[in-house]
Design a protein. Structure first.
Length: 94
């Protein structure tokens, strides 16, 4: 579980880089959320077994960073589309 959280955290962080891959841009926010959940579950499981939790912690940090940045990007896109629609409406385009 902790390795899957790390992989999803990496996908979430790479999804915020424009032009890297079109699919990762759309999956950054959901991958980050699922990565947070899997990293927390994996960290609890490793801690209960007395094993090191370094990979789970790295996955958790990457997932949180990717989720926050993807959320900010989503808000910016929504604001830009709203402004473009308002400008087109003001010019009589729609």
């Amino acid at each position: 579980m902790h390795i899957a959280g790390l992989v999803l955290g990496i996908i979430a962080c790479s999804g915020i880089i424009p032009g890297l891959n079109v699919l990762t841009v759309y999956f950054a926010l959901p991958a980050g959320i699922v990565g947070i959940i899997l990293s927390i579950l994996g960290k609890k499981k490793l801690a209960a077994a007395g094993q090191p939790t370094n990979v789970a912690t790295a996955g958790l940090v990457l997932s949180i960073i990717g989720t926050i940045l993807a959320g900010i990007g989503l808000v910016c896109v929504c604001l830009c589309l709203g402004a473009a629609g308002a400008a087109a409406g003001a010019l009589g385009g729609w």
